[in-house]
Design a protein around this ligand. Structure first.
Ligand code: 5GP
Ligand code: MG
Length: 215
C-alpha cells in the first residue's frame, strides 16, 4: 500500500489571492494509487472518504446501541458476504452480550430483456435462524434490493425478528423503500471501495473507505 499523496490544487500563495481558490487549496484531497494484482489492469486512485479512526469510533457507538437493544434476546448477526466481513469482525467485538454469527451470500442477476434484477440466495450458507432475533448486516445500502430481499428470505426461514444494519448508505440511489435500523455513515452517490467493499474483487482490505477515481 502506498502512502497518501497530495491531490492537485493551486499553490498556497496563488490560492490566497482568491477566496474561493484559497478554500480549495486548504483542503487537499488525500489520494492513494494502487496497482491491480492483475498486470493488465490500469492502476486506480482512491480518495479518502472515511478514515480508519472515524470508522472505529462509529462502530463502537453502533455496537453499544446493538448491545442495549438486544440484551437478553437470542441475537444472530447475519452478515452478507463478502463486503460486510470487515465491518462484522470489528462490530461484533464492540458488542458484549451473547450472540451468534452467520453468513449469507446472494447474487443479483439483471434480466436479459427487462431491467429487473433477481436476487439468488446461495443456500450453501443457509443460516439456522428459526426463532432467533436476526440483525442483518451489509456493507452498503444502494438501491435497497439486496437488503429488502434478504429480510424477506430470513423471515421465510423462521427468524423471530429481522432488523438491518449497514456501514454505509448511499444517497439518491434507493429504489426499494427500506430504512436501516442501524447506519454507520451516509455517503454521496459515488463508487466506494475499502473496508470490505471491492472493485473487481480487489481493494477490500483497505482499512478506510475511499472513492474510486480514474487511475
Ligand atoms: P443494492 O442491492 O442496495 O443496490 O446493492 C447493495 C450491494 O451493491 C452492496 O452489497 C455492494 O455489494 C454493492 N454496491 C453498491 N454500491 C457500491 C459501491 O459504491 N461500491 C462497492 N464496492 N459496492 C457497491
Ligand atoms: Mg454486497
Amino acid at each position: 500500500m502506498r502512502s497518501w499523496a497530495s491531490g492537485s490544487g493551486p499553490a498556497r500563495g496563488e490560492g490566497q489571492r482568491n477566496a474561493g481558490r484559497a478554500h480549495r487549496a486548504a483542503s487537499f484531497a488525500r489520494i492513494a494509487f494502487f496497482r491491480s494484482t492483475r498486470g493488465n489492469q490500469p492502476a486506480v486512485a482512491v480518495e479518502l472518504l472515511i478514515s480508519e479512526s472515524k470508522i472505529r469510533d462509529r462502530l463502537e457507538v453502533m455496537g453499544r446501541q446493538i448491545q442495549g437493544d438486544y440484551r437478553d434476546k437470542p441475537l444472530t448477526i447475519v452478515a452478507v458476504l463478502t463486503g460486510s466481513l470487515i465491518a462484522l469482525a470489528d462490530l461484533v467485538r464492540q458488542i458484549r452480550i451473547p450472540l451468534r454469527i452467520a453468513l449469507v451470500q446472494a447474487s443479483s442477476y439483471r434480466g436479459a430483456t427487462t431491467n429487473a434484477t433477481t436476487l439468488v440466495v446461495n443456500e450453501a450458507f443457509a443460516p439456522d435462524v428459526a426463532g432467533r432475533d436476526v440483525l442483518l448486516l451489509d456493507d452498503i445500502l444502494d438501491t435497497g434490493q439486496t437488503l429488502s430481499a434478504l429480510v424477506e428470505h430470513l423471515k421465510d426461514r423462521g427468524a423471530a425478528t429481522v432488523r438491518t444494519a449497514v456501514l454505509l448508505r448511499k444517497i439518491g440511489r434507493q429504489i426499494v423503500p427500506i430504512e436501516p435500523d442501524y447506519c454507520g455513515f451516509v455517503i454521496p452517490d459515488a463508487f466506494v471501495v475499502g473496508y470490505g467493499l471491492d472493485y473487481n474483487d480487489e481493494y477490500r482490505h483497505l482499512p478506510y473507505v475511499g472513492v474510486l477515481r480514474e487511475g
